[in-house]
Design a protein around this ligand. Structure first.
Ligand code: DQA
Length: 139
């Protein structure tokens, strides 16, 4: 099984960025633990701060190259019709994830442009949200 994790803007700063909300662990060390735990799954990882690059990655991964996409689109979640269109256009199922519980935060974070075109949404479990998304694909 192949899973692609795509992280959007500012998620390269995990571990440094607002640790009270996003925790103290950087994504690379979390990813090492995740890969060790799911050693029979190939987990590809891509991060970009640029909307178009995220769309290009969805297109690249979304037509048979991978079995499932775990997407944390960061703030683009709340703004990007273009990313929503890309998810709708591809064949591979996408699970939307968030580290924080976006529904307990500012009102602007309550709206997601992408939830409706995703297979499901996991939010609020810290970095474990990504693992839960992988579990959903495994099942
Ligand atoms: C986030 C929540 C978004 O509102 C925010 O813009 C992020 C991270 C999360 O993982 O909790 O960058 O997607």
């Amino acid at each position: 099984m192949n899973i692609t994790i795509i992280n959007g803007p500012n998620l390269n700063l995990l571990g440094i960025r607002e640790p009270g909300i996003y925790g103290n662990e950087g994504f690379e060390s979390f990813l090492t633990r995740l890969r060790n735990k799911y050693s029979d799954i190939t987990i590809e990882y891509f991060q970009s701060n640029h909307e178009g690059d995220i769309i290009d990655k969805l297109h690249e991964a979304g037509f048979g190259k991978t079995d499932g996409i775990v997407l944390n689109a960061g703030a683009y979640t709340h703004t990007s019709l273009a990313i929503a269109d890309a998810i709708a256009a591809i064949n591979t199922p996408v699970i939307e994830v968030h580290i924080s519980n976006v529904h307990s935060r500012e009102e602007i974070r309550h709206r997601s442009m992408i939830s409706g075109v995703c297979r499901g949404v996991i939010a609020g479990f810290g970095l474990d949200s990504y693992r839960l998304a992988i579990e959903a694909f495994v099942k």
